[in-house]
Design a binder for this molecule. Structure first.
Ligand code: HEM
Length: 163
């Protein structure tokens, strides 16, 4: 494809311009069925002039540096919806709400029916919360999975490294 001019931000995405860029940081994970772990993470939000932000995420193990979880998807506005696919065969369609703060805001999403492929591990429901405050992004994630009730799995803090 030939290169084209940079698109203008879609008006539905304008209130969420504080998300754009690349973010890096560290997180901690746990679940009743696994050993606790730490991880390094990079997240990017970008736009193409349409009413969504493209989202990519990749992580590495905090001690070994080996690739760990990755996922990608789309944040859809103005509805506050999020679709995420994982290479592990897990897919989430999340609905959320948004509360603005002085320099960003807080999203809280729930997915009542996680879809998994035939060979994926069982995940039933998820909750994801993200707080943007200036150049800091914190999030946490809980899931009902592998027969366990809704239980914390992840929390992380990232800094914006590229606007
Ligand atoms: C930052 C993102 C994430 C990281 C770094 C991460 C990391 C891990 C690690 C290290 C394990 C231990 C077993 C293994 O190595 O596979 C694990 C297990 C698991 N994770 Fe995650 N995970 C992430 C996100 C997610 C998400 C978004 C989901 C579901 C929507 C999920 C679902 C699971 C499940 C179902 C297990 C298996 C538990 C079991 O077999 O008992 N993870 N995760």
């Amino acid at each position: 494809m030939t290169s084209s001019p940079a698109p203008q931000l879609h008006p539905d995405v304008q209130p969420f311009v504080f998300m754009l860029g690349t973010w890096r940081g560290r997180g901690e994970g746990s679940y009743p069925t696994i050993d606790d772990f730490t991880y390094m993470e990079e997240v990017s939000f970008s736009h193409v002039g349409k009413p969504f932000l493209a989202y990519t995420q990749k992580t590495r193990h905090g001690e070994t540096g080996l690739s760990l979880h990755a996922e990608s998807g789309y944040w859809r506005f103005p509805a506050i919806e999020l679709v995420i696919a994982q290479p592990t065969g897990i897919m989430e369609a999340l609905s959320g709400d948004f509360r603005p703060n002085d320099s960003g805001g807080r999203f809280e999403f729930t997915c009542p029916d996680v879809v998994v492929t035939d060979t994926a591990v069982r995940v039933d429901r998820t909750i994801r919360r993200f707080t943007f405050e200036g150049d800091t992004l914190t999030y946490d994630m809980a899931m009902a999975a592998v027969g366990e009730p809704m239980t914390h799995h992840l929390s992380a803090t990232l800094d914006r490294v590229v606007p």
